[in-house]
Design a binder for this molecule. Structure first.
Ligand SMILES: [Zn+2]
Length: 257
């Protein structure tokens, strides 16, 4: 994971239609809060967050990468608009049998709660899971204060994930409780990811071999040109738009460039 730099203000539709719907949801909740906690009533899912202008801005600022696993997916259909705090129900632990209702309905259309993720991170792993360091702090309605919460998932917009997760070769290692929970619960060591990361790491290792050959045989123009190309490719692998760039950054930091 890397920190994602993005504008504070989201697309206009979230303000124009999302805020209006949120105010309606507030009023509906306040009429009969118990019905929303029991599941007798549910909020309409207007999916304004999934409109083209929202998704395309997320794809642009997240550079077509899943905010959790850093897979780069060029087909927009494979990228999901993800709610950091789940909008329609929430679980503290995977072992919990049912969602706590009604979820963070008041953040369903809020730009600061929207991220971009791949299908697997969103739908297979995270789902409605949102563990907190202290579950008693959980905000259960729009009257509660989410800033009291200490989420155990790393938020790639508000904090630098590299303070929580570092790579040992292709393997992500949690260096804080948030880092460890994020890796474990989002399946960041799943087989498909590991294979893709090993392939990239092998490419970077090959570039280093080129650099070593060039360093051992100075003054050969062809080799110097090859080494310059290898250096450029290694630097490109560390850029925010590159797939698995956090792994590349940690690998290069260990070997030097
Ligand atoms: Zn992912």
């Amino acid at each position: 994971m890397i920190q994602v730099q993005r504008p504070d203000r989201g697309p206009a539709i979230l303000k124009r239609l999302g805020e209006k719907q949120t105010r309606r949801d507030y009023a509906a909740y306040d009429l009969c809060p118990g019905d929303y906690h029991s599941g007798k009533n549910t909020f309409p899912n207007k999916t304004y967050y999934n409109r083209e202008e929202v998704k395309s801005l997320l794809i642009q600022v997240h550079q077509s990468k899943c905010c959790y696993c850093e897979q780069k997916l060029r087909t927009p259909a494979y990228l999901h608009v993800e709610h950091f705090r789940p909008k329609r129900g929430v679980r503290q632990a995977r072992s919990q049998r049912h969602d706590d209702l009604p979820g963070y309905y008041w953040l369903a259309y809020r730009w600061e709660n929207l991220l971009l993720s791949c299908h697997d991170c969103n739908c297979k792993f995270k789902r409605t899971l949102f563990p907190l360091a202290n579950p008693a702090d959980r905000a259960r309605s729009h009257h509660d204060d989410v800033t009291r919460e200490r989420p155990l998932f790393v938020d790639p917009v508000r904090e630098d994930p590299r303070n929580h997760i570092r790579f040992n070769n292709d393997s992500p290692e949690g260096i804080t409780p948030q880092g460890r929970t994020t890796i474990e619960e989002l399946g960041l060591r799943r087989l498909g990811l590991r294979i893709a990361r090993v392939e990239l790491l092998n490419q970077i290792r090959t570039e280093y071999e080129l650099l070593e050959v060039a360093a051992a045989n100075p003054g050969i123009p062809d080799l110097e040109a090859l080494a310059a190309g290898a250096r450029r490719r290694i630097e490109a692998a560390m850029q925010p738009d590159a797939e698995f760039s956090s792994m590349a950054i940690d690998y290069v930091a260990r070997r030097g460039l």
